[in-house]
Design a protein around this ligand. Sequence first.
Ligand code: SF4
Ligand code: SF4
Ligand code: SF4
Length: 275
Amino acid sequence: MKRLKKYLIPIIMLVVFEAIAITLWLTKNNIFYLLNFSYIGISLALGTFLLIKKYRHARRIVQLLVGLYMLIYLGLICGENMQIEGFWYYLFTGVFEAATIHYAVAKIFGPLLFGRGWCGYACWTAMVLDFLPYKTPAQPRKKLGWIRYVMFAVSLVFVSALFLAHVGNIERIMFWAFIAGNVLYYGAGIVLAFVFRDNRAFCKYVCPVTVFLKPMSYFALFRVKCDKEKCVDCGKCKRVCPMDVDVTDNSRKRKNGTECILCMECVKNCPKNAL
Ligand code: SF4
Ligand code: SF4
Ligand code: SF4
């Protein structure tokens, strides 16, 4: 029973994703959903299992397993635009598949359960940015978060304009928008990381997806919490946090609380096992 409790999170993860996989497979009569969500669920459960086992590279392994699958297989081979433009496109066409399902699960309703786990374990943009040298920000956070709302509006206006202008073959445009968007994101992400000496600068200031992720993750069920009895206020957790979260504050209003990507760096580095 004790062992079962220890591995409860990967078990829940697997069960939730299998439930989604089977439901979508049966309702949409398409085996792709069974394979797709099973693969993602197994990858995430494996990652959390390895994390519990204290394997150093657990998070990076999941990031590569899920990120490469989504970028190369779903994006480039299957031609699904999983970026925010793809979400608007499928939403406007009224089709509940590909990007709309992906957004619903990973970025809109999923965060109510696992917060911004997507950002820590699955995003293919961060998968590359996390290889850069500034894992811990070398500069204080800047007040540039407004850029993400501009990016969000630009993506919405771009796709709306295509529909309003009755542009033909939007599906093809979406494929090229996926490629161009990724090149742009990687380019901007790498430049910002070096300018601000912070691998996650793109996530903090530019990424439009956070407009969905932040409010939903405010209510997340899985959160890192601090045992105040054990904490000695050494500040190590804040120094190692890539997202500048004040994890010692247990309230939902903790500083940068909706930025937590559940990377567990604070947990690993706390000298008192208070997290
Ligand atoms: S903030 Fe955006 S770019 Fe960063 S990890 Fe999350 S989804 Fe990816
Ligand atoms: S690292 Fe641990 S002991 Fe130090 S401030 Fe953070 S929670 Fe407290
Ligand atoms: S170091 Fe802790 S508080 Fe910071 S993002 Fe990672 S899990 Fe969240």
